[in-house]
Design a protein around this ligand. Structure first.
Ligand code: ATP
Ligand code: MG
Length: 445
């Protein structure tokens, strides 16, 4: 409290001008003038002396650092000593969409909005904010704000998943306050940074993925034109590799195109009636040769009756095919792949669950959240060797988003992985409903 009063005194004194001081001391000055006039008249003091004496008093009053303040000044300043923000300021800070704090000049937190209380529950009014937000940048920014300078810095909050904020520290002048408050605004840029990083990674990855087969093709063209010019056996071998590389580039371009097409249509939900049971059967049939080659036994558990969803048949085929192919390619060590289709009531709606479960090595948990990112692969070399582009699950995710569906991935190291597609169930199309058929799909579970 003492410190606050001193701050106020200094401010008042510093801001007083000579004329203001004279005005403040006008009564004592008037009394001095009267006394001097009385003495001059009654005690024959030379007028010059009296005038010089009065001028001296005026100079001293105007120039000396006056410690005496008028009662009125003191009470006005006492009014202006606002340490807690008023209702108006609080209302404005409360309405801000980002976490925001109001601090006093000493960095003590005086008010926080709801978003700030939720994001930083450890920050309490009356405590210095630096106790909860521990970064030297905050101290520098507060010092700058005390000098009426706005500054910004990046702050990473590491409780649980990392959140990145851009913090703006800004002095806020209040007409009635002796000193400005300091507003801290925390803008969450985690998602924006992740998107920017993904975009940059995507371009880098796409060009890298294309450059590798391209470099191999140009290498073989040189060899065919040079050392292998008259070696038909080598030519056959190299041409076969070149076909493989060209095929790889084609697959990559196809995947990139289908991703960009899906991105453009992400808000258009396809609305054809599709029997997912039939698609699951076709996918498993199509992958039989690969399963036999890898010596994996595939089990298929789908209801005999149609299981309808609203969607695009080719896209849903692509979803199940990629999941089953992944299970075969990456989980072949388990020698078993289970494809299952059920309908259930979940969260108040009827959903179709299509799961693909392999019994291979599984996926370490730290990779699970990133698997659907473009080009993300747990083991790049192994994926390339298996002709993977790393775009399959990104395409799956886009297709499911368009279908108002979702993908859940569960895995236990050493015990395989389960990829479950969840889609809203649809009623049978009108032209399929006969007197014998139920109007809604049968519910399991
Ligand atoms: N069942 C699985 N078991 C272990 N790892 C898996 C499994 N499914 C996917 N992965 C990992 O996830 C990565 C991404 O899969 P994704 O389908 O997106 O790409 P890909 O199979 O490598 O290429 P593409 O599908 O384009 O041919 C794979 O490279 C692999 O590392
Ligand atoms: Mg794949």
């Amino acid at each position: 409290m003492i410190e606050e009063t001193n701050t106020e005194n200094n401010l008042s004194v510093n801001s007083a001008r000579p004329l203001a001081r004279l005005a403040a001391a006008r009564l004592p000055l008037l009394a001095t003038a009267l006394v001097l006039a009385f003495v001059t008249v009654n005690f024959s003091v030379p007028v010059l002396w009296s005038v010089l004496g009065f001028v001296f008093v005026i100079i001293v009053t105007a120039a000396a650092p006056a410690r005496i303040r008028s009662e009125r000044l003191s009470s006005a300043a006492a009014h202006s000593r606002i340490l807690w923000p008023d209702t108006g300021m609080k209302a404005v800070v409360s309405s801000l969409p980002h976490p925001a704090f109001l601090l006093d000049q000493r960095g003590i937190m005086r008010f926080s909005n709801e978003a700030a209380t939720a994001a930083f529950p450890q920050a309490r009014p009356g405590d210095p904010l630096s106790m909860s937000i521990r970064t030297p940048r905050l101290r520098d920014a507060l010092a700058a704000a005390q000098g009426m300078v706005t500054s910004r810095f990046e702050y990473r909050e590491r409780s649980g998943a990392e959140t990145v904020y851009v913090v703006t520290v800004q002095p806020v002048l209040h007409a009635a306050a002796a000193a400005p408050f300091i507003l801290l605004l925390f803008e969450d840029v985690t998602e924006r940074l992740a998107t920017a990083r993904m975009r940059a990674d995507f371009v880098a990855n796409a060009s890298h993925e294309l450059r590798t087969p391209l470099a191999s093709l140009s290498g073989f063209i040189d060899t065919l034109q040079g050392p292998a010019r008259s070696d038909p056996k080598a030519q056959d071998r190299f041409l076969a590799i070149m076909r493989e590389q060209a095929e790889r580039m084609r697959r990559l371009l196809d995947d990139l195109l289908s991703l960009s097409r899906l991105e453009m249509r992400v808000h258009q939900q396809p609305r054809e009636h599709i029997d997912l049971a039939q698609i699951a059967r076709r996918v498993v049939d199509g992958l039989r040769p690969l399963a036999e080659h890898l010596e994996v036994e595939v089990t298929l558990d789908v209801p005999a009756e149609p299981v309808f969803v609203l969607g695009d048949g080719d896209e849903l085929h692509q979803v199940l095919e990629n999941l089953a192919e992944n299970g075969l390619k990456y989980g072949s060590a388990g020698k078993r792949l289970d494809v299952r289709l059920t309908q259930q009531r979940l969260d108040g709606e009827t959903v179709v669950l299509a799961s693909v479960r392999d019994w291979g090595p599984g996926i370490p948990s730290e990779h699970l959240p990133r698997l659907t990112e473009r080009f993300y692969r747990v083991d790049v070399a192994s994926s390339r060797e298996k002709q993977g582009t790393g775009l399959g699950l990104a395409i799956v995710k886009h297709i499911l988003t368009r279908h108002r569906g979702r993908l859940d991935i569960e895995s236990e190291l050493g015990a395989g992985a389960t990829f479950t597609v969840r889609l809203p169930a649809a009623e049978a199309p009108a032209d399929r409903i006969t007197a014998d058929e139920a109007p809604t799909p049968a519910l399991a579970g």
